[in-house]
Design a protein around this ligand. Structure first.
Ligand code: ZN
Length: 133
């Protein structure tokens, strides 16, 4: 099963209010949605480029995944998300190929997408998300 496109690139930032100035004023992109995902302890801001989005991730809790990422690594690319027709089939196919999965089945992410993560140790250090509508 092949991904159809890069759905989004997730970028951890200290402050969406600060970071969006760069994406809007310098890159000329437009923020079209801001959404808090409570169970991920994160606030997200979305910018569209073609079929692909930039997803800024601001921590709402230092103990959450983005809070821990920022404390360890600072701001920067957090994950890359590949779009699939069927995220659960893509996850199980990766699992059958020996990839260590964070999510064996999909869960609900921002924008109502079905999402699942692969373990970065199995993907050469790039936290990888699969998603579908
Ligand atoms: Zn994502």
């Amino acid at each position: 099963m092949k991904p159809t496109h890069i759905e989004h690139i997730g970028i951890a930032v200290n402050s969406i209010d600060e970071a969006r100035k760069y994406y809007e004023d310098v890159l000329g992109l437009e923020c079209y949605a801001i959404e808090e995902v409570a169970d991920q302890k994160v606030k997200t801001a979305f910018f569209m480029i073609g079929q692909t989005k930039i997803e800024l991730l601001e921590s709402t809790d230092p103990e959450g995944p983005i809070g821990k990422f920022l404390a360890n690594k600072g701001q920067g690319i957090h994950h890359i998300a590949f779009a699939y027709e069927n995220v659960d089939a893509a996850l199980s196919e990766a699992g059958e190929k020996g990839i260590n999965l964070i999510d064996k089945t999909s869960r609900k992410g921002a924008e109502g997408l079905k999402i699942g993560f692969l373990h970065p140790k199995a993907t050469m250090g790039v936290l990888t998300e699969f998603c579908s509508k």
